[in-house]
Write a protein that binds this ligand. Structure first.
Ligand code: AMP
Length: 308
């Protein structure tokens, strides 16, 4: 197996009704790679940062088997920066600031050693960059998963639709599914979006779980009711990292295994919400993850006898 991850490696500033941070480590690819590293001994990152990004975090990534050959470091430039504020329900947020910085003219270069990848995770990023990575691969990977957000639907919809034709699985939230399909019903939205390219669609609904659609089948995984949600930033990316990390480690792309991967992704995402930034992800142990997956199994396990 080999997994290539594309996405932002960034700084974030986060405000919630219960607290706020100064600049913390963020970025879609950061969360994806950290989450996947719990299931895979190695993965390969493609991204760009400025020389303001801490070496300590890069060392931490390397120690988790994350290959940084495809990470460009631009001297004298600043890393991508995003600031957001969560509403009281912690399910929705406003973007306060997006500074593209190094991302503004990022030209990804896929290293030779990445080119035979079997699994490709196109994390939330400019669809033109996602496309440039796909175009550099000599063979189509076994599975291509793409995550995106309303920001790119607003400013780069045509390019996004082009890259969607090349992916197997799309992960977006419910609001974005409605925006992309122009349908309110998520079932109708799923049908329209799958006609755009992806054979599988995952609709993330924050604290209300996630839906998986494929052909005429649907599966629902709840989110774990958490006693305290400190910061949901990166939950979607952590979900994607857990999902693809599990699929790559099991090498099984059946619908049933995708269901398991969704539960793994949801379990991983629940940890991310427990502390600001990727802090909780960095301290996780495998027994803790396994115990949490088991909690999901118990959450939806019931017996019923139909009467009458
Ligand atoms: P999530 O909460 O999973 O949707 O992802 C949050 C992460 O996405 C943050 O760490 C940000 O750095 C990153 N992010 C925010 N806006 C963008 C954007 N327009 N493009 C790429 N990454 C972004």
């Amino acid at each position: 197996m080999s997994l290539v991850i594309v996405g932002t490696v960034a700084f974030d500033r986060i405000e919630t009704p219960f607290g706020k941070t100064d600049r913390v480590i963020g970025g879609a690819a950061t969360y994806i790679a950290l989450a996947a590293s719990n299931y895979l001994q190695s993965s390969k990152l493609i991204s760009v940062i400025g020389d303001d990004f801490p070496q300590e975090t890069l060392n931490e990534m390397k120690s988790r088997g994350i290959d940084l050959e495809g990470l460009q470091i631009k001297a004298g430039e600043k890393s991508f920066f995003w600031a957001g504020r969560y509403h009281y329900d912690m399910n929705s947020r406003d973007t306060l600031e997006t500074q593209l910085n190094v991302l503004a003219d990022f030209k990804p270069v896929v290293p030779e050693s990445y080119k035979d990848c079997e699994f490709l995770m196109l994390g939330n990023l400019d669809p033109a960059v996602q496309m440039a990575v796909v175009d550099q691969l000599p063979h189509r990977p076994r599975l291509v998963v793409l995550d995106t957000m309303n920001f790119w639907m607003d400013i780069a919809l045509d390019k996004l639709k082009e890259v969607l034709k090349k992916v197997d699985v799309l992960t977006i939230n419910d609001e974005e599914a409605r925006q992309l399909s122009q349908e309110h019903s998520l079932v109708k939205a799923a049908r329209k979006i799958m006609a755009m390219g992806p054979r599988y669609l995952i609709i993330k609904k924050g604290e209300h779980g996630a839906l998986l659609f494929h052909e005429n089948s649907a599966f629902f995984a709840p989110a774990l009711p958490l006693e305290e949600v400190i910061d949901p930033t990166g939950a979607g990316d952590t979900f994607a990292g857990g999902f693809i990390g599990y699929l790559a480690s099991t090498q099984n792309l059946s619908f049933d295994n995708m269901k398991r991967a969704i539960v793994v992704g949801s379990a991983m995402a629940s940890f991310t919400c427990e502390k600001f930034g990727p802090e909780r992800l960095l301290e996780l142990t495998k027994p803790e993850i396994d115990a949490r997956v088991q909690q999901f199994v118990e959450l939806v396990d019931f017996d019923i006898e139909l009467v009458g």
